[in-house]
Design a protein around this ligand. Structure first.
Ligand code: ASP
Length: 551
């Protein structure tokens, strides 16, 4: 007997060549087949003698009558199996072979299913899919543009869209009312782990809406996806203001599947001769469930973890909550049992828990404790990929201070409208202005973000002024939008979802790369086609470009 595994998109089917039933020539042919050969088979589907319950086709096999080799194959550089022996680099170089493996193939099929459900839901809700151009002028979403030189317009460049933001707003002025598009966006950012320079958004816009309408519409989409893709009915769709999220979780995209909420300890921890706390803007702690079981060494390691440059804390104070109701802290010199009991009360720590406390500049310390909270949740197994907890974070600040330049820039983008009546605050207290801007958070990831837009030219002009544009600059860059606003622009707003990340989270995976057919690596390179690459002098000349490279 000779067996051959035949693989296609649907799985593996066993072929059998039986000495009693098949000719010796055919058996010889079967033995000459190599890995990854492409074959056409004729034969009879029969019941398998030894069944394999682990695969869908495990009950049958094909008794082969005819084999036609459509193509041969070199031995692939890694095994095409679920658990391959190929490292990341080699698999990326031969991505077309990697796609033959079930985990990658299934991820792409999964992505297609999610996209289909998005289209189905939005079309049913009356959204129209419109394609917007890729060769455009800069749309600021806070990153650098990728640019494309124009051969026909010497010295001029297109920018690839960081998002279709201005176009979708113009579609609202055009009266299309409800728009969506599954669309590529391009952002030339310093690459962080698991970011792609080109990525896909589910981009949406609606006219004649208020924030409430948008939240309801896209709550609907999220529920639809969780139901159709994961079979989960979401009943709870909480909302939280940005300020509350920062206070309770130190983060504007909190994972609310578990507790360990922040408790501010300034009132009980300051003015007790402990200068580290006394000089801090914020003293804040969390109660780690069961954390008192950590050894001294483990706690020291945790302290080292928060002191790593990526987190940046100067140190960590801890307090053990013993089973007998007593406390043991790393700052017993300054705090007695009554003081520590207050810490436990405020942080809601139970016997057997560990209170971790960080202190310092408010914004920094919140970010640090938030990192620690997520790390501990990971270690404690509290981030269950099969549990889904969406959350709207609303009322974002309109502006954000750039610490380096001392200038304010738009936290979402310059087209976001301030909350009604807050425009006047822009002069006196810019940081206090809140926007009609919202993010959709799922399991600690920002999966969507949007806003109600400015729809009148004068407000938009005030916004540009506050963002440091001169009138001429604003006109040169966004004159078309300001013009459009003068022709009866309806109130409008929208949102965009990051499709790659959404698919990854729904698929229960961390990396978006697994759900992109041909992703780029961490340096923004496509190692399969070897891009980016130099272009030859002819092409440079045609584009009127001269390269001034250091020799
Ligand atoms: N254009 C925005 C973004 O890419 C989304 C929106 O405001 O609708 O984040």
């Amino acid at each position: 007997m000779t067996w051959v595994d035949l693989r296609d998109r649907y799985g593996i089917t066993q072929l059998v060549f039986d000495e009693d039933r098949t000719s010796s020539k055919l058996i010889e042919q079967a033995r000459s087949l190599g890995r990854e050969f492409v074959v056409q088979i004729k034969g009879e589907v029969i019941e398998r003698a030894s069944k394999n319950p682990n695969i869908p086709t495990g009950n049958i096999e094909v008794l082969v009558e005819e084999v036609l080799v459509l193509n041969t194959s070199k031995t692939p550089p890694f095994t095409i199996e679920n658990e391959t022996d190929g490292g990341e680099d080699i698999r990326m170089k031969y991505r077309y072979l990697d796609i033959r493996r079930n985990p990658v193939k299934d991820s792409l099929i999964f992505r297609s299913k999610v996209s289909m459900e998005v289209r189905k839901y939005l079309s049913n809700e009356g959204f129209i899919e419109v394609e917007t151009p890729y060769l455009i002028k800069s749309t600021p979403e806070g990153a650098r543009d990728f640019v494309v030189p124009s051969r026909m317009n010497e010295g001029q460049f297109y920018a690839l869209p960081q998002s279709p933001q201005t176009f979708k707003q113009l579609l609202m002025v055009g009266g299309l009312d409800k728009y969506f598009q599954i669309v590529k966006c391009f952002r030339d950012e310093d690459l962080r782990a698991d970011r792609q320079p080109e990525f896909t958004q589910i981009d949406c816009e609606m006219a004649f809406v208020e924030q409430e309408d948008i939240l309801n519409a896209f709550e609907g989409l999220t529920k639809h996806l969780l139901k159709e893709i994961k079979g989960i009915d979401i009943t709870d769709f909480p909302r939280m203001t940005f300020d509350e999220a920062m206070k309770r979780y130190g983060n504007d995209k909190p994972d609310i599947r578990f507790g360990m909420e922040f408790s501010e300890l300034n009132d009980v921890a300051q003015h007790k001769d402990f200068n580290v706390f006394n000089s801090a803007e914020l003293v804040v702690g969390i109660a780690v469930p069961g954390g008192n079981s950590y050894t001294r060494k483990e706690i020291d390691k945790l302290t080292d973890w928060v002191k790593r440059p990526q987190v940046g804390a100067l140190g960590m104070v801890y307090c053990r909550c013993n089973e007998d109701g007593s406390f043991k802290s790393s700052v017993d010199k300054f705090y007695d049992q009554d003081d520590l009991a207050k810490w436990a009360e405020i942080t809601d720590a139970k016997a057997g828990d560990l209170i971790c406390v960080l202190s310092g500049d408010k914004n920094k310390v919140r970010a640090q404790l938030s990192a620690l909270r997520m790390e501990l949740a990971e270690r404690l197994g509290l981030r269950n990929p099969n549990e889904f907890a969406p959350l709207w974070v609303i009322d974002f600040p309109l502006l954000e201070l750039d610490e380096e330049t001392g200038h304010y820039h738009a936290m979402h983008h310059p087209f976001t409208s301030p909350k009604p009546g807050q425009l006047e605050l822009l002069d006196s207290d810019p940081a206090a202005v809140r926007a009609n801007a919202y993010d959709l958070v799922l399991n600690g990831n920002e999966i969507g973000g949007g806003s109600i837009r400015i729809h009148d030219a004068s407000t938009q002009a005030i916004m540009f002024k506050h963002l440091g544009f001169t009138q001429e600059e604003a006109k040169a860059q966004f004159g078309f939008l300001m013009d459009a606003f003068q022709y009866g622009a309806p109130p409008h707003g929208g949102i965009a979802f990051g499709l790659d990340r959404l698919v990854a989270i729904l698929g229960g995976q961390e990396t978006i790369r697994d759900f992109i057919a041909f992703p780029k690596n961490n340096s923004g390179r496509d190692v399969m086609i070897d891009a980016p690459a130099p272009i030859d002098n002819e092409q440079l000349k045609e584009l009127n470009l001269k390269l001034d490279l250091p020799s």
